[in-house]
Design a protein around this ligand. Structure first.
Ligand code: KMH
Ligand code: ZN
Length: 273
């Protein structure tokens, strides 16, 4: 079986220090969290950024400052900026970090309810636009799918030339408005992608570690981190993203799955660097 790629979603756009005091906002906090995740075994950092007061932003200059600061400490790590940003941002606002030419970036493949009155909007034309820009800039998209219909959308847009193969999916499971994190649904998603595609699974909240185990056993890859879940176990807050990654590494060892370093992750995902 291929080595396991662990992605750490260290920050997100919604979770706050009120949920876990270790949520990073400032540049030193972002570096601390990226480093802890990488040292524990993460080869990819899925990156949202905030201003110092915690406000999410897609500002290119803020992304650059934070990416440069992370790369100064851990030059080899793969940085995967979000193009989802936060609910309500415009397309061009969200797309700013891809102008920094990261190796990868997320591409969200459909619209969904996002809790309360929030709608995370990704129309077909938005997805086409983001896909086209990523092809032009040579950036590999991580196709974020929050439901089965979003896999179907990605496959349709692949046929039309907006997304290149081999595709790499991220099954985000357990968002209030998306597919659940039940094993039955994981099997459904996993069986719905092309044979040459790769996937990672991001279980939200209590689904994080059960779904990590499913992907470890199945030969998939795993995303953990504060964006998705702030608990190490029931009622116990994780002290860092590194603690969440360490738990995945322990689980992987139990099942005989080795961990990919960033160079190995690049080879598995066909990244250029
Ligand atoms: N913050 C969510 C609205 C992504 O990173 O591409 C969108 C999100 C997806 O987190
Ligand atoms: Zn994200």
């Amino acid at each position: 079986m291929e080595k396991l790629i662990i992605t750490a979603a260290i920050c997100g756009a919604e979770v706050l220090k009120e949920h876990n005091p270790a949520i990073p906002y400032t540049i030193p906090e972002m570096v601390r969290e990226a480093k802890s995740a990488h040292e524990a075994g993460a080869s990819i950092i899925h990156l949202h950024v905030r201003y110092d007061d915690g406000t999410p932003t897609q500002d290119k200059a803020r992304f650059k400052e934070i990416i440069d600061a992370i790369k100064a400490e851990i030059p080899d790590v793969i940085i995967q900026p979000s193009t989802g940003g936060a609910v309500g941002m415009s397309n061009d606002e969200r797309l700013q970090p891809i102008e920094l030419l990261p190796e990868m970036a997320t591409l969200d493949c459909g619209t969904l309810n996002f809790g309360g009155d929030e709608i995370f909007e990704n129309t077909e034309n938005t997805i086409k636009y983001f896909g086209e820009r990523m092809i032009q800039l040579g950036i590999k998209p991580e196709l974020e799918v929050f439901d089965k219909s979003m896999i179907d959308m990605a496959l349709r847009l692949h046929k039309k030339g907006f997304i290149k193969a081999p595709m790499h999916f991220d099954f985000v499971m357990g968002v209030n408005g998306g597919i659940s994190g039940e094993l039955r649904d994981f099997v459904f998603l996993r069986g719905s992608i092309p044979a040459d595609a790769t996937y990672t699974v991001a279980g939200i909240g209590r689904y994080e570690f059960p779904l990590a185990v499913a992907a470890i056993i199945d030969g998939g890859h795993v995303r953990v981190g504060f964006e998705d879940n702030v608990y190490l176990s029931k009622g116990v807050l994780a002290k860092s993203n590194g603690e969440l990654v360490e738990k995945v590494v322990r689980l992987a060892k139990e099942f005989g799955r080795e961990i990919a370093n960033p160079q190995e992750a690049r080879a598995i995902l066909g990244l250029k660097k």
